[in-house]
Design a protein. Structure first.
Length: 234
């Protein structure tokens, strides 16, 4: 089992368009991987959640003994780790399909998304969205050290969420980086998530200060139209 095979599927800028990232892995491989990714040394809640999603999908399509037992096994793995899957992750990935990829040009900035653990207060996870010139892993490490970081991120930051980072590979120009940060922020803030205000995902970061109604020209038209419709309905 190659762990990097699981990680690489998250980092494609178009991974959000694939409902089942791990459909090509066997059930036994997924169960084995869930044990590894829920261990203290290799903990990855994003991958574990996506594995859980795939196993549940297989069980819904075919309730054979292997699929049923696989779901029981990953449930046990989460329970033993005293953790829970990210219940809104699939919805967030689908919602991010409303944003457009950045132009295919050289840039020096990235957006990044950090999973925040609010289990003690809201029984759910939130996120923090930021933008940086550093590689996302370095910026996350800075947050955890308390360097230019909000207290919530330093204390509650769990990991990067690569499948929610379509601009995570240094593809943004300096002059547009805040626009893309705002696009990811507002898009994720419209996702349903249990336990938070209005049952919407709790999203931290400066992207909230970007006003979609003030975005230039045709920037993220699909997302802007969706957000306007949501505002009218609510």
């Amino acid at each position: 089992m190659r762990l990097d095979d699981y990680r690489s599927k998250l980092r494609d800028k178009n991974s959000r368009f694939k409902d089942r990232l791990y459909v090509d892995f066997s059930t036994s491989e997924l169960v084995e991987a869930s044990t590894v990714f829920l261990s203290s040394k290799q903990l990855d809640l994003e991958i574990s959640t996506l594995i859980d999603h795939e196993l549940r999908k297989r069980r819904s399509l075919d309730k054979n003994a292997e699929n049923v037992e696989a779901c029981k096994e990953i449930y046990k793995n989460f329970k033993e780790a005293k953790l829970k899957p990210i219940e809104w992750l699939y919805r967030a990935r689908v919602r991010l399909r409303k944003i457009h990829n950045a132009p295919d040009v050289f840039g020096t900035f990235s957006t990044y998304v950090i999973l925040l653990d609010w289990l003690d207060k809201n029984n759910n996870y939130g996120v923090y969205v930021g933008q940086t010139r550093k590689i996302p892993e370095e910026r996350f490490a800075q947050h955890k050290r308390g360097e230019k970081a909000g207290r919530n991120v330093m204390e509650r930051g769990r990991q990067l969420l690569w499948s929610l980072m379509p601009y995570g590979q240094n593809v943004l120009k300096a002059k547009t980086r805040r626009l893309y940060e705002g696009a990811v922020h507002h898009c994720l803030a419209s996702v349903k998530a249990k336990g938070f205000k209005n049952d919407l995902l709790k999203v931290g970061g400066d992207g909230k200060n970007e006003n979609p109604d003030e975005w230039p020209g045709s920037f993220q038209i699909k997302l802007r139209n969706f957000l306007r419709e949501e505002t009218i309905e609510n």
